[in-house]
Design a binder for this molecule. Structure first.
Ligand SMILES: *Cc1c(COP(=O)(O)O)cnc(C)c1O
Length: 319
């Protein structure tokens, strides 16, 4: 069956024929040919894509990307800890909402959807609230396309010795970053965004020493990030519960295709070129972007809906 349906969302997105073909075999979730030769290879590749620094490890988690965010928030934050959340869009708000569900204390810095967080505001919170232990921020806020200043926020958080959690769901694989350089402790992404696999699981690349501190802290059995990691680590890629085998096999293929494309920097270049072309074309049709160019990621772009009068004058011009 030919797939002629183009997905224009940042994920799930249109996948290659070969990624889809990789799902045509059934795998056993407990067998070595799956665990050792697929899962373990994926974990090693992800860690390497995320950082050149030593001391990092990765763990895969069933579910959509949000499950991995929830697993990270619910497993890394202790009962007396407090989380500072930067919220300038739906995904930042979701982190705060997850913390709320889990009864985790939060301090939310919310500059609104079209602004970057004020570093002064973050700094003041860190200075005045010693109870804050963790800082969470979204890299590419997929609501608007905003690229958040993660270097500055992570550097600030590290100055105050905080644990840093990065939701890089819609940027990892499409924008080069080294999480070790930034001192990020937990970075979360999923199979169906810039790596260009199909939906079904998320993953976390974490500083191993920080992940080890999560032992016994999880507020949910199926979203226990430490236990999931420990099981994979001790049993060479074994998932605790049934894994999305077809999705994982497709993801393995997607990682190979990322390498064939020339890696993250080449993919970033392609996305950037596409985004520039899109914005130029849309602007020439009279559309305006929601954000200024310097705030934009190459992943997703928001435009204002054309106003009725604009549309009229445009169409009368072409008439
Ligand atoms: C896609 C995305 C998520 C996760 O969404 P799911 O629908 O659960 O896969 C989280 N954060 C960001 C920034 C995203 O783009």
């Amino acid at each position: 069956m030919k797939n002629e349906y183009l997905l224009l969302t940042p994920g799930p997105l249109s996948t290659s024929e070969t990624v889809r073909q990789a799902m045509l075999k059934d795998w056993c979730t407990w067998d070595d040919d799956y665990n050792k030769e697929i899962v373990e290879v994926i974990r090693a590749k992800l860690t390497k894509l995320a950082t050149e620094h030593e001391g990092y490890t990765s763990v895969l988690m069933q579910g959509s990307g949000t499950a991995s965010v929830e697993a990270t928030i619910g497993s890394s934050i202790g009962p007396n800890d407090k989380l500072l959340v930067v919220d300038n869009g739906a995904y930042g708000a979701r982190i705060a909402q997850i913390a709320d569900y889990l009864n985790i204390a939060t301090h939310v810095v919310a500059p609104g959807e079209v602004s970057q967080p004020s570093l002064d505001q973050v700094k003041t919170a860190l200075e005045q609230e010693a109870s804050i232990t963790h800082v969470a921020i979204v890299h590419c806020e997929t609501t608007t396309g905003m690229l958040n200043p993660i270097e500055a926020v992570a550097t600030l958080a590290k100055e105050y010795d905080k644990t840093v959690i990065l939701d890089a769901m819609s940027s990892f694989g499409g924008i080069p970053i080294d999480i070790g350089d930034l001192g990020i402790d937990f970075m979360i992404s999923s199979a169906n965004k810039c790596i260009q696999g199909v939906p079904g699981f998320g993953f976390v690349v974490a500083k191993q020493s920080e992940l080890e501190k999560c032992k016994g802290r999880a507020r949910s059995l199926s979203l226990d990030l430490y236990d999931q990691w420990h099981c994979m680590q001790a049993n060479h890629g074994k998932w605790r519960f049934t894994s999305p085998t077809h999705t994982v096999r497709a993801f393995y293929q997607a990682l190979i295709e990322l390498e064939q494309e020339g890696g993250i920097s080449a993919r970033h270049q392609r996305y950037q070129t596409n985004q520039t072309t899109l914005v130029q074309g849309m602007r020439s049709l009279g559309f305006r972007t929601l954000l200024n160019d310097d705030l934009h990621s190459p992943i997703i772009t928001s435009f204002y809906s054309p106003e009725h009068s604009d549309y009229q004058s445009k169409s009368s011009m072409t008439d």
